[in-house]
Design a protein around this ligand. Structure first.
Ligand SMILES: [Zn+2]
Length: 179
């Protein structure tokens, strides 16, 4: 369904913005927007040019509806394909625990080093996606939007190894990214 004609007055702004950008309201879009919002709030950054975002998905998931998460991330934290600070990547090593994994790195600045957060989908999110009935996609997306992001993703501070995976200077180091 076209979101332009199905918008509810109760929809929070961030849900409306994401759905208008993407063109419809879907659960992967919402999952991405939730991660994006949460990451820039916790990392105390406005996002946009100040972050790098890497979304890891198995190669067979590099298609919709899974990749709708990318538009959610773009709407949620302002890292975009056009700014070249959002990537979709695949790695058996990173994805060993499940899928997807999102790494959000706040770039180093003169007064603070780089810092990053890792979001790994939990069984709860997998369950949501598996039980989703296509005929109630928008309703389910709105329900998902009311969930706590910490139940849908395991959220941890990025460690050295994770900074290496995304090709960024790690916490404690200064300077620009290596990518
Ligand atoms: Zn979609």
């Amino acid at each position: 369904m076209n979101f332009y004609t199905s918008k509810c007055v109760e929809d929070p702004d961030w849900v409306v913005r994401a759905a208008l950008f993407h063109g419809h309201l879907g659960p992967w879009l919402i999952a991405g927007a939730m991660v994006g919002h949460d990451a820039i709030r916790k990392l105390e950054t406005p996002g946009q040019w100040k972050i790098n975002v890497t979304c890891w998905m198995p190669a067979d998931k590099h298609r919709t509806p899974f990749t709708c998460i990318l538009d959610g991330l773009q709407a949620g934290c302002g890292a975009t394909m056009g700014k070249r600070n959002l990537w979709l990547r695949e790695s058996h090593e990173v994805l060993a625990d499940g899928w997807p994994v999102v790494h959000v790195v706040r770039l180093p600045e003169s007064d603070r080093p780089a810092e990053g957060l890792s979001y790994t989908a939990t069984c709860a999110l997998h369950g949501w996606m598996e039980n989703l009935k296509p005929e109630r996609m928008e309703e389910a997306s709105r329900e998902l939007a009311r969930e706590d992001v910490a139940n849908l993703f395991r959220i941890t501070s990025m460690r050295e190894r994770e900074f290496a995976w995304v090709g960024c200077a790690s916490a404690g180091q200064t300077g620009t990214t290596t990518r």
